[in-house]
Write a protein that binds this ligand. Sequence first.
Ligand code: MG
Length: 206
Amino acid sequence: MRIGLDFDNTIVCYDPLFHRLALEAGLIPALLPVNKLAVRDHLRRLDKEELWTEMQGAVYGARMAEADMFPGVLDCLRWAKAAGHSLCIISHKTRHPFRGPRYDLHQAARGWVERRLLDQGLPLIPADQLFFELTKEEKLRRIAACGCDIFVDDLPEILLAAGFPEHTRRLLFDPEGHHAAVDGVTTIASWDALRRHLAMPCQPTL
Ligand SMILES: [Mg+2]
């Protein structure tokens, strides 16, 4: 099976890094929940939205190497590879941040994958299977071009987009239970749940 994976907020969990940067800058109380939306909302309440935008540039750029992954990512990817599935990452983001220094965000993301998604020093996903596109439309076209049997994303608007390929099964990664159930979309709350889902013997062959 060809398994496509989104990157930001599906593989990488930015909550601890946003919290750390905001704390370092003295912008939040230490007791604020370790959650990026809590950080954003706090800065909005202080009318410092521009600092939030700048912080995004640092998180996705200069400090990207410090970003964590969701629990269970490596185990699931190792399992999928060993089971003979083919894996790719398909993401979209701007090349440079909207504010602040012009980090290359695509390069930062690639570097993170190459350093972190390893099994015994070898890449779990080959470099030629990492696709960082500039727009949502290019991402959708890439999902189709890669022939993904299944695609995992944290954003319903990607899975439900008009350009989403008809024969690709839609999996919504929703660890905090933000979204209501939607017809045609399977919701998973964790990477362990994804692994169990992929391992189900009733998986249709597409
Ligand atoms: Mg995402």
